[in-house]
Write a protein that binds this ligand. Structure first.
Ligand code: AMP
Length: 200
C-alpha cells in the first residue's frame, strides 16, 4: 500500500525524528493507532524516522506506516538483536552496531528530536538517557512523550514528585514535552526552546 504524501516540507529543525516505543503492541488498539498517527505526521512531511530497527510491536507498525508514505526510515540495531531475527528487512537503511550503547549514541546523533510512545523498560531507558544527556547539556534537541490514554500518568506524577522532593529542577522536568495526541506533540517540539539551566 502507498499512502499519498503532502508536499509540505518538514520544519528544518525537525527533519529527522527518533522514536522510542514498545517492542510489544500493548493491550489496547489505541497504542497502535497513536503510533500510526505519529507515523503519518512523519511520513506526510517526508521527515526521516530513526528508530530501533525491529519489525515487532509498535516499532514495526510505526516503521511500516512511515515507509508506506515513501519517507525514509533508518533503523539502528545491535548485532545481537539481528541474530535473533527481529530486524526489519524493508527499511531505507539499517545500521548494525556492536552493542546497545553504540546504538543509542548513533540514534541520538542522527536525529533532530526524540519522541517516546508507550513502551516498556527499553523505551523508558532510552527516554531517560536522552533527558539525562539534555540536562547535562550534551544536546539541545527537543524531547516529547506521547501520553496515549494516560499510559504515562503515573510516570509524570513521579517526575513531579522528584521535582518537589528536590531531586530534579523544574527546568529539567520541563525538558519533557507531553501531549495526548501526535499532532499536538509535534507542534510542541517544533516550538520548544533549548534549555538554559544546565545541571552542571
Ligand atoms: P521495550 O519498551 O522494552 O519494548 O523496548 C523497546 C525499545 O527498546 C525500542 O525503542 C528499541 O530501541 C529497544 N528494543 C527493545 N527490544 C527490542 C527488540 N526486540 N528489537 C529491537 N529493539 C528493541
Amino acid at each position: 500500500m502507498s499512502l499519498s504524501t503532502s508536499s509540505s516540507p518538514p520544519s528544518k529543525a525537525l527533519r529527522s525524528i527518533c522514536v522510542f516505543c514498545g517492542s510489544s503492541a500493548g493491550d489496547s488498539p489505541a497504542y497502535r493507532a497513536a503510533s500510526l498517527s505519529l507515523a503519518d505526521l512523519i511520513g506526510q512531511c517526508q521527515r526521516s524516522l530513526v528508530y530501533g530497527g525491529a519489525d515487532i510491536g509498535l516499532m514495526g507498525a510505526l516503521a511500516d506506516r512511515v515507509l508506506e508514505h515513501g519517507a525514509e526510515v533508518i533503523g539502528v540495531i545491535p548485532q545481537s538483536l539481528v541474530e535473533v531475527e527481529v530486524a526489519h528487512a524493508g527499511l531505507t537503511s539499517l545500521h548494525i552496531t556492536d552493542g546497545m550503547h553504540e546504538r543509542k549514541a548513533k540514534m541520538a546523533d542522527i536525529s533532530d528530536a526524540f519522541v517516546a510512545l508507550p513502551g516498556g523498560l527499553g523505551t523508558l531507558e532510552e527516554l531517560f538517557e536522552v533527558m539525562t544527556w539534555a540536562q547535562l547539556g550534551y544536546h539541545t534537541k527537543p524531547i516529547g512523550l506521547l501520553n496515549v490514554n494516560g499510559y504515562y500518568d503515573h510516570l509524570l506524577s513521579f517526575l513531579d514528585n522528584a521535582t518537589q522532593s528536590g531531586f530534579m529542577r523544574t527546568a529539567h522536568r520541563d525538558l519533557l514535552h507531553v501531549a495526548a495526541d501526535a499532532e499536538a506533540l509535534i507542534a510542541l517540539l517544533e516550538n520548544a526552546t533549548p534549555l538554559q539551566d544546565r545541571k552542571l
